[in-house]
Ligand binder design. Structure first.
Ligand SMILES: [Zn+2]
Length: 160
């Protein structure tokens, strides 16, 4: 019916607001969502297991977050890093925030953190130099490995 009724073009959907209210979705690579924060597996990763953590609310800047949202997002950053450590065993991480296109944000208008696992012998420097991305594992396989950990987190997420 949507196809019959809808004639006006929809504005492009925000990547950080996957449709519906499901806590996870393989189609959109959504690993976790509750009322305040969500975690996506990056479809265009710099490394295997590259995660994106965002508030549910469409806000532009870290200064727009309420204190409780900031706490919730930080909590998920910590838990998601723990899940990557346990499941993928990287040697280190780059965790960070790009605010504004000038700072390297691909999507400027919905605040999101990157968690990029790093391995001793990875070739991440190549992405900076030549946009060559060497991803050893298929994205959906990584999703399936990480999802049970996030589902467990959802079940123990009593306070939200
Ligand atoms: Zn958004």
């Amino acid at each position: 019916m949507e196809h019959v009724q809808g004639t006006a073009p929809e504005p492009p959907h925000c990547l950080f607001e996957p449709e519906g209210d499901h806590p996870h979705s393989r189609e959109t690579l959504l690993l976790f969502r509750d009322n305040e924060r969500l975690c996506l597996l990056n479809r265009y990763p710099y490394a295997n297991g590259h995660l994106l953590i965002a508030p549910v609310r469409h806000v532009h800047c870290i200064t727009d977050l309420a204190s409780a949202e900031l706490t919730a997002v930080n909590d998920l950053l910590q838990r998601a890093t723990g899940i990557l450590k346990k499941e993928l065993g990287p040697d280190g991480f780059n965790i960070g925030l790009n605010l504004g296109h000038v700072a390297g944000a691909g999507i400027d208008d919905h605040l999101h953190y990157h968690i990029v696992p790093r391995w001793q012998d990875d070739h991440n420097y190549m992405t900076v130099l030549a946009e060559i991305r060497a991803i050893p594992e298929h994205i959906e396989k990584t999703f399936d490995r990480l999802l049970p950990h996030f589902q467990r987190l959802h079940r123990t997420n009593h306070s939200r």
